[in-house]
Design a protein around this ligand. Structure first.
Ligand code: 5GP
Ligand code: MN
Length: 317
């Protein structure tokens, strides 16, 4: 994809990523905004996202992110990044009404929702997908910092199997710009006291099943209210569950409404959790995926475990 060609003549460009934006999502939106502003100085480039965590406030452009989507004239070009069009939240209308829709993503569950699509499920982060289509000459320290943030978030600091030689080559080039990368890694691992307390509680209340090959934990709304926690405070719990010896598949759920849960799944080598999540209307990657489910906690776990069990027994999920 040639970004200059795709955006040629565009005066009004919009960029959005998925709801509950994570590091990759915020990084890819802000780095594309900075890049397009340099590439096309005439164009007005705006990012529309649900309010991202303050954790990312060090990124250039963070304070200009628009969190509301008022009715306005159609955009010449609109980018959906790190997701498909149905996970853009309020910005979906902007995307659907745009004169040209561009989709850049790395989710295996996304078959491409734009007029122009670049979906590369084999790449670990949307930031890396974007990096490979950028002109290296235009990358500066701020763009590099945003791209690097996304890469470390989606690869778990180069830990997951989605890290490739190309990922590390990209990271090597990016850190040559001299931003404080150890600090970014430190803040990736750092948690507030409250986040640590909820994690401790979720780990303590976790339940193993299928001979310890599966583990699940849940945080209900009452507990969220007690700790005054937002969904972002629960990040990392599911990874911690997956780290337990003998676990092939970890499930973490939090209550979003009466009889409704947001589900996060992580697996090691054996279970394709994107397949499990897709079955319930969600999606993601082979080793990390999610969905929203309705029903009681036990119903949800039972339904998920049927699919996980099939895969563990070597049947087609
Ligand atoms: P997490 O568990 O961290 O929320 O998400 C893991 C991965 O699955 C991320 O790449 C995320 O974008 C994707 N994902 C999580 N929930 C959903 C969902 O409801 N639908 C889709 N399509 N993807 C999801
Ligand atoms: Mn991503």
């Amino acid at each position: 994809m040639d970004l200059r060609e795709e955006c040629l003549g565009a005066k009004k460009i919009g960029i959005s990523g998925h709801i509950r934006p994570d590091g990759d999502c915020v990084g890819v939106c802000l780095s594309l905004q900075m890049y397009l502003s340099k590439l096309l100085p005439e164009a007005e480039v705006t990012v529309y996202l649900q309010k991202p965590s303050e954790e990312f406030s060090y990124l250039k452009g963070y304070d200009e992110i628009q969190t509301e989507c008022p009715v306005q004239e159609p955009f010449d070009v609109y980018f959906a990044l790190d997701c498909s069009g149905d996970r853009l939240g309020d910005a979906e209308t902007y995307f659907q009404n745009a004169k040209k829709k561009i989709n850049i993503d790395h989710h295996i569950s996304n078959s491409g929702c734009g007029d122009v699509n670049l979906v590369r499920p084999e790449v670990g982060s949307a930031c890396e997908v974007l990096y490979h289509i950028m002109d290296a000459e235009l990358i500066d320290k701020d763009i590099a910092e945003a791209l690097y943030t996304g890469i470390i978030h989606d690869t778990g600091v180069f830990q997951y199997s989605n890290t490739t030689p190309e990922t590390l080559q990209a990271a090597a080039f990016l850190i040559s710009f001299g931003f404080n990368f150890p600090k970014l890694i430190e803040s990736f691992y750092q948690k507030t006291y409250l986040q640590t307390q909820i994690m401790g509680r979720a780990l303590m209340e976790s339940i193993r099943f299928m001979d310890g090959r599966c583990i699940v934990s849940m945080v209900d709304r009452k507990t969220m209210e007690f700790y005054n926690a937002v969904p972002g405070d629960l990040d990392g719990i599911v990874n911690q569950l997956r780290n337990i010896k003998g676990v092939d598949c970890a499930i973490f759920m939090y209550e979003t409404n009466v009889l409704e849960y947001k589900v996060s799944m992580r697996s090691n080598e054996k279970v394709d959790v994107a397949k499990v999540a897709s079955f319930f209307g969600g999606g993601g990657h082979v080793r990390a995926a999610g969905c929203t489910m309705k029903g009681t906690f036990h119903d949800c776990v039972n339904n998920l475990s049927l699919h996980i069990d099939k895969q563990l027994r070597g049947e087609q999920g």
